[in-house]
Design a protein. Structure first.
Length: 216
């Protein structure tokens, strides 16, 4: 009876503060990264056949799906390549079932895509999602629609806010964290949110990107 469960991002004033922070910082970031985005677009086009962008559906606020913008980092027949690879490699299949990712080798990823993922350059177009209000600079992971059932009781708290380009789990292990571990970290972030935490996570993200820590 005396225990009070926090949810800092449930307060309207905190939502407004976070929105203003995203718009102001997002605009400041957008201007200098435009040349990098153009260079990456050319790189993707020259590296492999297919579209420049991979516009995937993700679960957004209140469970509403939105289009998440990313540079294409996989071959166009990536799902077919993955299915075949997992069928032939039981160790990789076990890793996929636990993490929903492959750390050492992913047959779907292109040469350019591997480097962009290491440096998180593939996620630069998501700044447009931030300016549209569909994402935040910092927030919970943008989960796939097919992962909804796997999210269990964490689902309701995670969809109470918009997902982020980066977040608590990305700078605390990134791909080394299990799927359940990501959910718990996202839950902690939402309940304990503050502008100061967002600033710290943005700084840590820059450090993690340059060190390529835990990226795939």
């Amino acid at each position: 009876m005396l225990i009070r469960i926090r949810n800092n991002l449930a307060r309207n004033i905190n939502k407004l503060i976070k929105l203003i922070f995203d718009i102001v910082v997002g605009l400041l970031i957008c201007i200098p990264i435009i040349p990098i985005i153009i260079a990456c677009a050319i790189w993707v086009k020259l590296d492999s056949k297919g579209p420049i962008f991979y516009n995937a559906k993700r679960i957004g606020k209140n469970g509403k799906e939105f289009t998440c913008y990313k540079f294409r980092s996989m071959y166009t027949n990536g799902d077919e390549l993955l299915t075949q690879y997992l069928a032939e490699n039981p160790v990789a299949k076990k890793e996929w079932d636990e993490f929903q990712k492959l750390h050492d080798f992913d047959p779907r990823v292109t040469k350019a895509g591997k480097i962009m993922r290491k440096t998180s350059l593939d996620e630069l177009p998501q700044i447009l999602n931030v300016l549209k209000g569909e994402m935040s600079l910092v927030g919970p992971r943008p989960y796939l629609p097919r992962e909804k059932e796997m999210m269990g009781h964490f689902y309701n708290i995670i969809i109470s806010t918009v997902p982020g380009i980066t977040g608590y789990w990305q700078v605390n292990g990134r791909s080394d964290v299990t799927f359940e571990g990501r959910l718990r970290m996202d839950d902690w972030y939402i309940r304990n949110w503050s502008v100061w935490i967002d600033i710290i996570l943005l700084i840590k993200t820059i450090k993690a990107v340059f060190c390529s820590k835990g990226a795939v």
